[in-house]
Ligand binder design. Sequence first.
Ligand SMILES: NC(=O)c1ccc[n+]([C@@H]2O[C@H](COP(=O)([O-])OP(=O)(O)OC[C@H]3O[C@@H](n4cnc5c(N)ncnc54)[C@H](O)[C@@H]3O)[C@@H](O)[C@H]2O)c1
Length: 439
Amino acid sequence: MNEKEQMDLGRRKFCLDLGRMTGGLALLSAAPWLKACTDEKVTATQGETARIGMVGTGSRGRYHIHNLLALPHARVTALCDIYPPNLEAAQALCPGARAYTDYRRLLDDPEVDGVVISTPLGLHADMTLAALSAGKHVFCEKAMALTMEQCKEVYDAYQAGDRALYYCMQRMYDPKYIEGVQRIKDGLIGDVVGMRCHWFRNADWRRPVPSPELERLINWRLYQEFSGGLMTELATHQLEVCNWVAGRLPSEAVGMGDIVYWKDGREVYDSVNVTYRFSDGRKIAYESLISNKYNGMEDQILGKGGTVDLTKGVYYLEEDTEISGMRRLMDSIRQGVFAAVPTAGPSWRPEYRNEYVPHPLVQGSVSVNGGQSMVAADHDGSDLVMSAFCISCISGEKAENVVEEAYGSTLLCLLGNQAMAEGRTVRFPEEYKIPYMKF
Ligand SMILES: NC(=O)c1ccc[n+]([C@@H]2O[C@H](COP(=O)([O-])OP(=O)(O)OC[C@H]3O[C@@H](n4cnc5c(N)ncnc54)[C@H](O)[C@@H]3O)[C@@H](O)[C@H]2O)c1
């Protein structure tokens, strides 16, 4: 297959994916940000190319380059990084692109329509503000910014201007999440009574450093100057889903955060438990730990009639249990044993969640790489967010609610960090409420 045929195939596949998601008006109401990249919008931009400048060409930046290289409506024209090995690795992928070491020079480049920011969190706000004021469309990695104040500054600048701004909250473009959220809103599991999200890994987050002065540049995730730790790195995706499902935000948070295992000089917690409470009493239980991976990653929406695990793309109904013959036998033996113990009654019978029958939300592979990394996930929506961004670079259309969703989830992460640091219940601050939000 020649290059042209490959590009045509890429475009068809892209249209198919978006077509499947945007096929029904119902899905557009669950995920209104898709309105900026419907089949018609894709067709209308056919033959045109978004010229993209990459700021930050580390691990995630190069992952985005791979996605961009597969898109027929995108071309990487400029690259910027301050760490030469990462800049060189990106140049090897995009030999024709101009290389910069100062992102402001890249922003001056007239052959850049849109900027992809994949730098440490502490730099997101300044870079986004500068790119918007240089007249570029912006795709920024999550989270939105390191402080609430910065988030508000970016939100206000975006509202005041006409440039598109995307955040890589890929669950918002992931077919199983979109379908799942729509079906929850349609009543699949009855009233939503709570949410439980967790992300467990067993790895220290450390990267090898060739010389000590590069420690903070390379291991930025471990230092508060650049990172909000597990909350902004991981929870931000999951809290966005909770807000999306609920159509509102929790009004207060309480939590505990500690460095339990990786006592290696890092400044961010390696263990967090945060409970968020909505004004009607429903709660989000959030937990993340990076020294045990048994529980993996789950985004569970709990309903009176069932549970949806959006991460796995499956749902379970409360009354829909199926116990195998062998299991029945084991249960009756176990109950016999318990019955012989004077203090044990039927209430001792363990309640297993694996008795529930999983029903798929969408057909096809829903592999999420065992929760280890979103980067290598099979098809997690990141490529579609990038495609949608490139369409916006061509059409000039902003995507509905993307910034608002990123703002809400980032604020909740920062609220969680504040609750853990101060050891008290903290309320969502009035000054950071925006019209989009309901509480
Ligand atoms: N959406 C997701 O699922 C997902 C997954 C992984 C990472 N991320 C996000 O992507 C971002 C980058 O993460 P990463 O793992 O690629 O980090 P990384 O350290 O691998 O890459 C960051 C790059 O930014 C460069 N950089 C630092 N300061 C710079 C400056 N002033 N100008 C230009 N370049 C500069 C670094 O040299 C490095 O190459 C983070 O915000 C992270 O949270 C998102």
